[in-house]
Design a binder for this molecule. Structure first.
Ligand SMILES: [Zn+2]
Length: 171
C-alpha cells in the first residue's frame, strides 16, 4: 500500500509527525503563518523549513518554533511516495507472528531479565531470581491468587507477604 507523497500533503495541516497535525500542536505558530496550507515539498527544502509569518517572533514564540524544529529534527522528509513500515519487524514488513508476539507480551519487557541467565551462578539461583523478577515466587500474596488463603500476613511481622516486603521491607 502506498499513500500520497509529500508534494500533496500539507505541512501544517497534514499528519506528518504524529496522530495530530502540526497546526493543532503548534496552533500559535499556525495562526500567524503566511502559508498555512503549503505542502511539505514547498516547505521543506533540504534540511531547512521555509515558512514565513505575519508577526515577528517574541521570545516564547521563538521557543515554540525551536520546539517544532526539534520535533522534526530526527525525521527525514523527502519527496518520495510514502510507504508504511511495520516497526515490529526488522525488515519493516507486516507479519502476524510479530503482531501476535506484541499482543501477547504487552510490549513491556524487563531489561534485566535476560541478564539473569548470563550470570555465573547455580541454576537453582537463576530460576529463583527469574521467579522473583516475574513476581511468581510463592509468597502468601501470590498463593492467595490461586487458592483461598485467609491469612496473607508475613510470618515475621504483620504486613502482607509480598516479594517486595520479604526482600526489602521485612526486618
Ligand atoms: Zn515481614
Amino acid at each position: 500500500m502506498e499513500t500520497r507523497g509529500w508534494e500533496k500533503c500539507s505541512f501544517l495541516v497534514g499528519q506528518i509527525v504524529c496522530d495530530c497535525s502540526l497546526a493543532s500542536l503548534f496552533w500559535d505558530l499556525y495562526s500567524i503563518c503566511n502559508e498555512p496550507t503549503a505542502t511539505v515539498a514547498e516547505v521543506v527544502v533540504g534540511d531547512e523549513i521555509r515558512l514565513s509569518f505575519r508577526l515577528c517572533f517574541s521570545s516564547p514564540m521563538m521557543c515554540r518554533w525551536l520546539e517544532l524544529c526539534r520535533l522534526l529534527g530526527p525525521i527525514s522528509l523527502s519527496c518520495c511516495m510514502d510507504k508504511p513500515v511495520w516497526s515490529l519487524a526488522a525488515c519493516g514488513q507486516y507479519s502476524a507472528k510479530t503482531f501476535y508476539r506484541r499482543v501477547n507480551d504487552g510490549g513491556v519487557r524487563m531489561p534485566h531479565l535476560a541478564a539473569i541467565w548470563k550470570i555465573q551462578i547455580p541454576g537453582q539461583v537463576q530460576v529463583f531470581l527469574w521467579l522473583l523478577a516475574q513476581n511468581r515466587l510463592l509468597t502468601r500474596e501470590n498463593l492467595a491468587k490461586r487458592r483461598n488463603m485467609s491469612d496473607q500476613t508475613c510470618l515475621f511481622c504483620l504486613e502482607i507477604e509480598t516479594n517486595h516486603h520479604l526482600f526489602f521491607d521485612c526486618w
